[in-house]
Design a protein. Structure first.
Lengths: 147, 87
């Protein structure tokens, strides 16, 4: 079982990440890539995080996915810092023998990291102002469905 | 408990307090996170404003999520922040 968790400022290559999962000998790979949307005049997102806690929380969520589904590997990458519209924020990839564990574990990972990983988004506008994003109760509800 | 105790703030909590980190004497094992917030709010307008709506605050002791009613115990680091918004 391969678990790769990375919290990093730099971009990542989803193609290279998927190719690495393909080499693990599974029959099905699922992935999710999150991108900065151009909502309401937003020019960039700034992602703050709690460095001493972030990786440990992501590893905890990854270990939970590995315990619940028969995976051969999983990858979680989350960026921090200032990200322009169109840039990648987050990547989750899973590989299993068949599609169902891969798809379910991928959805579980993205739903749970949204409520468990200590990141905070600030929407930055062209005039230099910024607004902290409010947490959505719908995200808590989605994560709770997996309990 | 003796020694130093570190408090970290993130996102708008940090903005309102005006710093991301402060060090105080350890408040004692019996003191809860909420008790410590009360004490800090009593001593500073910025802290009082940041901690006014406790329902919007989350906490971690030594990098583990806890309720505001949790006693600080032997922990050395407290973090106070809004509900997380990653992903």
């Amino acid at each position: 079982m391969m678990i790769r968790v990375s919290v990093q400022p730099q971009d990542f290559d989803p193609g290279a990440e998927l190719a690495a999962l393909e080499r693990l000998g599974g029959g099905g790979i699922a992935s999710f890539t999150g991108i900065v949307r151009a909502d309401g005049g937003l020019t960039a997102l700034h992602l703050d995080h709690y460095p001493a806690m972030t990786t440990a929380q992501l590893e905890r969520v990854a270990a939970e996915a590995a315990a619940r589904w028969p995976l051969m590997g999983l990858t979680v990458i989350h960026r921090f810092g200032t990200l322009a519209v169109g840039e990648r924020i987050v990547f989750v990839g899973t590989v299993s023998k068949s599609r169902v564990p891969a798809l379910e574990a991928c959805a579980f990972l993205i739903d749970w990291l949204k409520v468990a990983a200590p990141f905070w988004k600030r929407e930055m506008h062209g005039d230099g102002s910024g607004d902290w994003v409010e947490a959505q109760t719908s995200d808590d509800e989605r994560a709770a469905r997996w309990q | 408990m003796t020694g130093e105790f570190t408090i970290l703030y993130f996102a708008w909590v940090r903005d309102r307090i005006g710093t991301g980190e402060e060090r105080i004497a350890h408040p004692g094992a019996e003191c809860t996170v909420g008790d410590l917030l009360d004490r800090l709010a009593a001593g500073s307008a910025g802290h009082a404003e940041a901690f006014a709506d406790r329902g919007r605050l989350r906490a971690a002791l030594d990098q583990d999520y806890v309720a505001l009613s949790a006693p600080i115990g032997a922990a050395r680091e407290l973090a106070i922040f809004p509900p997380v918004t990653g992903g």
